[in-house]
Design a protein around this ligand. Structure first.
Ligand code: IPE
Ligand code: IPE
Ligand code: MG
Length: 238
C-alpha cells in the first residue's frame, strides 16, 4: 500500500495560538515521527510526505530558511529512527536548487538506510509533479516509441526516486484544503482522496488510523462495476 500525505495547516495551527508560523512548522516536524511509526506498524509499503513544494519558494525568505533548518535537523534524527525501524529513506524532488550541504545530507541519509527492507519513506522536497512530468517528457523526446514502463522509470529518475513508486492508494491532506497542490499527479491517478480539517501538528496516530478505517470503507472500482454486481455477470470489452 502507498499512502501519500500533504502535511498542511502548520501556519493556521500557529495563528490560532498567536504564535509565529515557524512555531507551527516546528510542531509539524514533531508530528512526523508518530505518523511514520504508525504507518510502518500498519504494514504500509510506501509513505510519501509532502514537506516542501516547488511553489513554497514563493514564501518569505525567513520562513523558507526556517523550513530548511528544520528539514536538515529532521533528516539527521529521522535517519537514526529509520535505521531503528528498518525504514528506507528517499528524498524526492529537484536537487539542483538545494544547498550543497543539504544535498550531501540527503545522499548520506539515503545511503545509510539503503539496506533497510521495511517501509519506504519518501520525503518530497522542492517537488512539483508538473515539473517532473515535463522534465520526463523532455528526457524522452528523442525516443521513437515509448513503453509505459520506460516512462515510469524516467519519471523516477527525474524525481531522484530509488525506484518507480507504486500508484498511491490513499492520499491524505490535513488542514482542511481540498486540492492536490501539484503533489504526485501521475501516481494519484486512482488514489482515494481523504481531506481532514485537523491541522498537521495535531494529526496523530489515532487520526491516521481513522483515515485508514475510512479507506477500508471505500470501494475501489478502477473503472469496473461494484464487486457485488460482478457475480453472475461476465466481463466484456468495448
Ligand atoms: C504546511 O503548512 C507546511 C508547508 C507548506 C511547508 P502551511 O505552512 O502551508 O500552513 P497553512 O496552510 O498556512 O496553515
Ligand atoms: C502544500 O501546501 C505543500 C506542502 C504541504 C508541503 P501549501 O500550503 O503550500 O498549498 P497551497 O498553497 O495551499 O495550495
Ligand atoms: Mg498551507
Amino acid at each position: 500500500m502507498h499512502i501519500a500525505i500533504i502535511m498542511d495547516g502548520n501556519g493556521r495551527w500557529a495563528a490560532q495560538r498567536h504564535l509565529p508560523r515557524t512555531a507551527g512548522h516546528r510542531a509539524g516536524a514533531k508530528a512526523v515521527d508518530a505518523i511514520v511509526a504508525a504507518a510502518a506498524r500498519h504494514g504500509v509499503g510506501t509513505l510519501s510526505l509532502y514537506a516542501f513544494s516547488a511553489a513554497n519558494w514563493n514564501r518569505p525568505t525567513a520562513e523558507v530558511s526556517a523550513l530548511f533548518t528544520l528539514l536538515r535537523r529532521h533528516l539527521l534524527t529521522q535517519t537514526r529512527r529509520c535505521l531503528e525501524q528498518s525504514i528506507r529513506m528517499n528524498v524526492i524532488g529537484r536537487r539542483d536548487r538545494l544547498s550543497t550541504d543539504l544535498r550531501q545530507l540527503i545522499e548520506h541519509s539515503e545511503r545509510a538506510t539503503a539496506h533497510c527492507a521495511g517501509m519506504c519513506l519518501r520525503i518530497a522536497v522542492d517537488y512539483s509533479a508538473q515539473h517532473s512530468l515535463v522534465e520526463t517528457c523532455r528526457c524522452l523526446q528523442s525516443q521513437s516509441s515509448l513503453e509505459r514502463s520506460r516512462f515510469v522509470e524516467q519519471l523516477a529518475a527525474v524525481d531522484h526516486a530509488t525506484a518507480p513508486a507504486p500508484d498511491v492508494d490513499l492520499l491524505i491532506r490535513t488542514g482542511g484544503e481540498q486540492r492536490l497542490s501539484d503533489f504526485l499527479l501521475w501516481e494519484c491517478a486512482y488514489a482515494e482522496l481523504y481531506f481532514v480539517d485537523c491541522p498537521w501538528p495535531d494529526f496523530d496516530a489515532q487520526a491516521f488510523e481513522e483515515a485508514l478505517a475510512e479507506y477500508g470503507r471505500r470501494e475501489r472500482r478502477f473503472g469496473g462495476i461494484p464487486a457485488a454486481q460482478t457475480a453472475g455477470s461476465s466481463s466484456s470489452h468495448g
